[in-house]
Design a protein around this ligand. Sequence first.
Ligand code: AMP
Ligand code: ZN
Length: 462
Amino acid sequence: MKLYNSLTNQKETFTPLSAGKVSMYHCGPTVYDYVHIGNLRSFLLADFVRRVFEYQGYAVTQVMNITDIGHLVSDGDDGDDKMTKALKREGKDITLENMLALADFYANAFKNNLQELNIETPHFIPKASEHIDEDIKIIKQLETKGYTYITSDGVYFDTAKMADYGKLGGINNGNNENRIAENTEKKQSADFALWKFDNNQGWDSPWGQGFPGWHIECSGMGIKYLGEQFDIHTGGIDLKSIHHNNEIAQSESATGCSPFVSYWLHGEMLNFRGEKLSKSTGGNITLAVLKDQDFSPLDYRYLTLQTHYRSPMEFSFEILEQAKNALARIKKDILRLKKENPDTKIIDIKNHSYQKEFLEKIQDDINIPQALAVFHEMMKSDISDNEKLSLAYDFDHIFGLGLEQLHEETFAVPDRVHELLDERANARKNKNWELSDTLRDAIVQEGYRVIDSGDKQEIQKL
Ligand code: AMP
Ligand code: ZN
């Protein structure tokens, strides 16, 4: 198994800390709003990584945090807290109680999204607000070892004290005039807050009331559930230079164990109209928006299978439509195979030549697009239906499209009715209403009612 490790900038053979086991941490959402499909791309990556290891028989432990406090709008230490901003947006009083209630609401919506996308539920989904003691413990360790200093607004990590600060690269060390102008008390621009003071809200700490910094939260929860060192950490590439370098700095300095994480995997961005999809760029496309436009969450999942996680992906509704059609064709093929071979016994396909090829692809830095190509080739090949279904179900342990669970109802509609529906769609496109009505009657004769909804035809069994 090979993974591209952001620590070394190369593909490396995966060696777990403990044989047969994989421990992984994924930066989860800041729950100040519904997550958008860009965020979801990063959570799908987490799911693919888990599935690829489980497919190979590893016992995986997965942690995905929920940031419900302490995440400022900037990656630095300035600006509003994202949760405070959300309370203002929703016209609520700025209290800790309201903040946690708002977070709970969006955290539940996020968990629903995971289910809708067939993302396996991580074994631990800890909330930052419930792990303040863990954060304080690490900050105390850092303080004892001389890595911290205090300013008027918080406790800071002194990056100059760590010889190899910024292992993941991309650090802007020292020349950021703006940031220096924003916080003149910082010794270096790369220094970051471990604890931020807040006289109105927050938790008690040895340094005063306030909130943990965003970065320390991930160290606190990662170490609590996975130990001082673990195998894999994932997140979007936008988190690499600041958030993840800071996680490494504070964790390794506090525990004395290096490396904190053996393999860092960074997912590329989902872009919309050429820019990273984010709330601030206005491209706030959520799963609900897709569903409103008649897409299923799995259409989006299928779309993400087509681009390698280290390549940026340009989103448009047109390509989602293509993904939707491709998925519909796959389902149709699978259902036909099921229907034509009702007695098909699922056979052991381990070591089948297509399975070996598939395994090679997913072992090569989780190359799901190529694994998908193997799937398509296999479906077109002249191997037996039995082999096809068995291989499709097996590959779907990674794809997560629910192929094995496709229901009878979905394909209860006979081919003849599908043909009539296609003809009728054409007739309607050509505004041939007479033919459209005749075809409607023909469909009724087959035992189905057609309901026109916009451009689409829905059918019900009579
Ligand atoms: P946040 O809620 O901002 O902390 O982000 C949660 C996760 O979504 C992080 O791993 C981010 O890197 C990731 N993320 C944010 N925007 C995008 C995007 N446009 N494409 C892919 N991943 C993203
Ligand atoms: Zn994180």
